[in-house]
Design a binder for this molecule. Structure first.
Ligand SMILES: [Zn+2]
Length: 194
């Protein structure tokens, strides 16, 4: 199966697993974020007008089909950095799809400065690494010994903590993806990891 098809099937599967509360949170976030052209092209005109006026309906129903592209896009984002092997395993084990392998170019994302897994499309933009919980704070990354900023621990301490127990801090441990180290490529290759 090619990578595009795998991502499409997985995103759709993931949308169906969302609780109402999760889906509602995603749709509300949509109203507050810039609208990507690729998403806009797939949206119903009603949803676009709602977005342009930044007014979610008072009785927002996340199951309304006009929001389906929003949910699918968000779920797809969770997997765009994943290795082909991970996608194939996900299709087989979580969805029962008898796929031998997933093929196509894996994205070369930027390595997290803490854990080394390639999880960032941009660095220093306040995105959070799903493997270790590091919030990519440009100030902290320039001053690795200072425990200031978004993370509450210094970059250096975050690295030690990740090596010791798998997250930048005890507080972030519950927020990292349990199988994150299997999902993403690692800077310098995957030697020693599997
Ligand atoms: Zn990380």
């Amino acid at each position: 199966m090619n990578r595009e098809e795998a991502l499409t099937q997985i995103a759709w599967h993931a949308v169906k697993q969302l609780s109402r509360a999760e889906a509602t949170a995603i749709v509300y976030a949509f109203f507050k974020e810039p609208l990507k052209p690729s998403l806009r092209a797939r949206l119903n005109i009603t949803a676009i007008i709602q977005w342009e006026t930044h007014t979610p309906p008072e009785d927002l129903r996340p199951g309304n089909p006009i929001y389906r592209p929003v949910l699918i896009d968000r779920m797809r984002e969770k997997f765009i950095g994943a290795k082909n092997d991970y996608l194939a395993q996900y299709l087989r084990e979580k969805m029962g799809v008898p796929v031998e392998s997933v093929t196509g170019d894996e994205p070369d994302l930027l390595a997290c400065p803490v854990c080394g897994y390639k999880t960032f499309t941009e660095r220093g933009t306040w995105h959070i690494c799903p493997v270790c919980g590091w919030n990519s704070d440009p100030v902290q990354e320039a001053r690795p010994d200072e425990p200031v900023g978004a993370n509450g621990v210094s970059l250096r301490q975050a690295r030690e903590n990740f090596a010791a127990f798998g997250a930048i801090s005890r507080e972030k441990l519950s927020q990292v993806e349990a199988d994150g180290t299997q999902k993403y490529l690692r800077e310098g290759g995957d030697a020693g990891e599997n």
